[in-house]
Write a protein that binds this ligand. Structure first.
Ligand code: ADP
Ligand code: SR1
Ligand code: MG
Ligand code: MG
Ligand code: MG
Length: 417
């Protein structure tokens, strides 16, 4: 049942919607019939319109009452647009320059207006095409550090964090999607699962029969649902980042809720590693993609080291939260203990990230939503061995966690895969 006042926008109604918003009308300039509109949504869930006028451009994103990638047979409540705009409002000031500018939310349409990013493209697409972005790993590391620190009990007060915890706990339809399509479906018999068949039939069967693996994934599923560490993005893969050579913007935070920081960090790590492993599938006669693959894998330590350095720097300089209070560590003699606790804290985030990276890799190979890194490899005989490497590496992340203490351990294991 669709609420009164809601209708899915089209290229005509998006014009009248924007025409009714004086600030947006002014930004675009001219008259609505002179604006150009393109619907460019290529994600799994929503409508996305790019609107260009003589003076400027905007982007409108709107929820559909179903999962776009599946169709109307998979209904989905509309309120994800509310949570996406709530996230931008909550973290916007902390991640300025690293997310699109947010302009307006229209509640009854479950639609919002934001900056049209141009000439940015989706990072995943750029990496698949063999492009390099010299700053992207630092920028996403910075984004992950700033957004999670500011909304954790280190950077925010108990009262502030309680507001986010309560508000975003209502994002239940998307939290449920993650619990099902990321954690439980891929290692269960689910009609939503798919994989490269028949090549990976044996791997899918073996993984579903692997009790230890299922136990580890279920442990991380529990931690995902119960670790309210910070307001997290919730879907921080390389398809949620838009880039130019110099500029990076993290977008699509509709899955946000107060959860484990390692889930965001692990998502980005997993997607770098999957892109690395997929590179041979994109080789051409003129480019074996080895240099590109090396470059992508080198971004794993750049990303983690930036995240860690920036998170620690924020902790040292702008802690205003109620955990590890400065009053408790006021003696000069306390400094060494506090520094050690901070290191241990980041070690736990890293361990979590490795586990979530394992879970999020398996879901892209055996679950509902695959990623273009592998899907764009048209020939299954070429794709399946690369997916197999990724799935086996993911299993190692989950079953041999003590082998992964540093990002260099991930790099070494990916090279050996
Ligand atoms: P979904 O939630 O359905 O995955 P996304 O937010 O990922 O939707 O957006 C889908 C596509 O729309 C992106 O891959 C990108 O090409 C385009 N897009 C989204 N937001 C913007 C923006 N602010 N500026 C330009 N293009 C955008
Ligand atoms: C049914 S939705 C599948 C996936 O699309 C989103 O981008 C999230 O990754 C979600 O898990
Ligand atoms: Mg998306
Ligand atoms: Mg999305
Ligand atoms: Mg993922």
């Amino acid at each position: 049942d669709v609420p009164a006042g809601y209708h899915p926008l089209d290229s005509h109604s998006v014009r009248s919607f924007l025409d009714g918003l004086p600030a947006m009308r002014e930004k675009l300039g001219g008259a609505p019939d002179g604006w150009t509109v393109q619907e460019v949504g290529d994600g799994n869930l929503n409508l996305v319109f790019l609107v260009d006028g003589p003076d400027g451009s905007v982007c409108v994103k709107q929820s559909l009452p179903y999962v776009r990638a599946a169709g109307e047979s998979w209904p989905l409540p509309l309120d994800r647009a509310f949570f996406e705009q709530s996230y931008y409002r909550a973290v916007g000031e902390h991640v300025e320059g690293l997310a699109p500018r947010f302009y307006h939310y229209q509640p009854e349409l479950y639609a919002f207006v934001m900056e049209r990013l141009s000439p940015h493209i989706i990072l995943r697409r750029g990496l698949i095409e063999g492009k390099r972005y010299p700053h992207v790993a630092e920028h996403v590391g910075e984004f992950a550090a700033r957004s999670t620190f500011a909304t954790s009990d280190l950077g925010a007060t108990i009262e502030e964090k309680a507001e986010w915890t309560a508000a975003f706990a209502k994002n239940t339809s998307l939290i449920r999607i993650t619990a099902e399509v990321v954690f439980s479906d891929p290692l269960s018999q689910s009609p939503r699962n798919r994989w490269t068949s028949p090549e990976l039939d044996g791997l899918a069967r073996d993984f579903r029969a692997d009790s230890a693996l299922k136990g580890a994934v279920a442990d991380f599923g529990w931690r995902f649902l119960t670790s309210g560490q910070a307001l997290i993005h919730g879907d921080l893969h390389t398809g949620s980042v838009m880039v130019t050579e110099t500029d990076t913007r993290v977008m699509d935070p509709e899955f946000s809720f107060v959860g484990p920081i390692g889930f965001d960090v692990g998502a980005f790590l997993a997607n770098l590693v999957m892109n690395y492993l997929a590179q041979p599938g994109h080789a051409t006669a003129g480019d074996d993609r080895r240099a590109q693959a090396d470059w992508v894998l080198d971004q794993v330590p750049v990303f983690w080291n930036t995240f860690k350095r920036r998170f620690l720097a924020l902790w040292e300089t702008s802690a205003r939260g109620d955990a590890y209070p400065a009053t408790m560590f006021a003696n000069p003699a306390d400094a060494a203990v506090l520094a050690a606790r901070r290191e241990a804290f980041l070690d736990r985030i890293f361990a979590d990230a490795v586990g979530y990276a394992g879970v999020k890799t398996i879901r892209r190979i055996l679950g509902f939503a695959h990623n273009a890194d592998f899907e764009r490899i048209a020939d299954p005989a070429r794709r399946a061995p690369l997916e197999t490497k990724a799935a086996r590496l993911a299993r190692t992340f989950l079953l041999e966690p003590h082998s992964f203490r540093t990002p260099e351990d991930i790099v070494a294991a990916a090279r050996a895969a």
